[in-house]
Design a binder for this molecule. Sequence first.
Ligand code: EPZ
Length: 423
Amino acid sequence: MSGAKNAALPILFSTLLGGKLEIGNVPALRDIRTALSLLGHLGIHAISLPGGNAPSVALDPVVESPDVWTGHFRFSEVDESSYEAPYDLVRTMRASILCLGPLLARRKRARVSLPGGCLIGARPVDMHLNAFVRMGANISIDHGYIDANTNGLVGCDIHLPYPTVTGTENILMAAVLAQGTTCIFNAAQEPEVTDLALSLKARGARIDGIGTSSIRIEGVSALSAGTHKVMWDRIEAGTFLLAGALLGEPLTVHGFDSDLLVSLMVALSEMGASFESHGHSVTVRRISSPRGTTIRTEPYPGFPTDMQAQILPLMAIANGSSTVVETVFENRFTHVMEMNRMGARIDIHGSRAFVRGGSVLEGASVMASDLRASAGLVLAGLVANGETVIQRVYHIDRGYERIERKLESLGARIKRVREEAVT
Ligand code: EPZ
C-alpha cells in the first residue's frame, strides 16, 4: 500500500504552523501535488529527499531536485507574508480548507476560497468557522472567499455537533499555537486525525487524548523540528481487500493495519470471507459463495463511508440481499446507477441502498464520478464478464497511486488508455 492521502494532506498543511518537518511515505497523488503547489504559493518550500520507499513517478516542477518521487520531503518556511489560498487551487481540492487553521494560528490572517460542494454532498465548513470564531477569529464571507483575521487565537472548549474529520484537524492545528488550553469534544477519531496529532507532537506540540473523542491541546509559542512517517492508506488497503474477497487466489495486502479496518473485516466475515493476518499484511481468498449483509456507514470506528462504493460489487453478486445505509453524506450513491448498467440490481431510497444480489455483472462503458465511486467501478469491472471502460479516471488518481499497475501485478487485465482513444 501507499501512504494515506487523508493523513498526508493535513500533515502537509500543518507545515504552515512553522517549525521544520521531515516526512516520509507521502503518496504520489494528484491531491498531494495540488497541496504542494498551494504550499509553495504560501511560502512553504518542499525539498524532495533521496531514499524513501515510494515508487518513482514523474515529479511536478513545483518540487525540486531528483526526477523521481521518493515520498520523502523536508519542509521549511521561506516566506510567511502570504495568506491567500486562491480559488483556482482550492476548487480542485476541498481539503485546501485545511490551510485555514494553521494560517490563522501563525500568520493571524487567512483568505481561503470557500470550498464548493461536491457530488457527494453540500459539505459545508460551518463547524470549522464557528470554532475559529469561538477561538477569537473575525470571519466574513465575501465573493466566495472566507476572510479571517485575529489578534491571536485563544484556547477554549469546542463542542463539535458532528465528529467532522477535517474540522477536527483544522481546529487541532489552530489550537497548537493558540494561547492557553483548547479541548475539542466529540472530536473525530479517524486514524488520519491521530497521524496528524502524532506528527504535531513530534514537533513539540502538547496534545492529550489522541485517538479519542476528547482532545486536549496546550498551546505552545512555536513548533520545533520533527520527523514523521505517514501511515499506510487504510482505504486503499480496504479496496484491495475487497479485490481479494472478489477474486483472490489468494491475495495478500502489504502495508495493512487490520486494527484500523475492523468494521470492514467484520462485514466481510459476515459475507463469508476469512483472513490471515501476519504483521502488517493480511491475506484473503475469493469468497466462493458470498452472503448478503447490512452495513451502516458511520464515523470511525464505524464502517467507513469511503469504503461504501467498493463493497457494493460484492453485494451485487452475493447470494441473498444486502442493505447499505449511508449516514455520513447526503448523496453518495452516484456510482449505483453505473453499477446497475453493469447488471447490478440496487434500488436507492433516500440514504438506503437495497441490493438484490445474485447478479452476473457485464462489462460496460461507465463514468467515474468521485474518488471512491471510481474504485468501486474498477472492482465491478474486474469481476464482470467482458470489458469495462471507465471514463474520467482522473478521479481515481486523486486517491490511488497507479492503481492499474498494482492490479496488473495481481493478474488483472487492466490498462490506462487516453481519453480520446476511448471516445
Ligand atoms: C473527510 O472529509 C475525508 N476527506 C473524506 O474523504 C471522508 O469521506 C470524510 O472525512 C468522512 O470520513 C479528507 O480527509 C481530506 P466530514 P470531510 O467533515 O472532513 C458534515 C476521500 O474520498 N459537515 O467528516 O470533509 C458534512 O457535510 C474523501 O478521500 C458539516 O455539516 O468530512 C458531512 O455530511 C471523500 N459541517 C459530514 O459532516 C462542517 O463544518 C462529515 O463530513 C463539516 C462537516
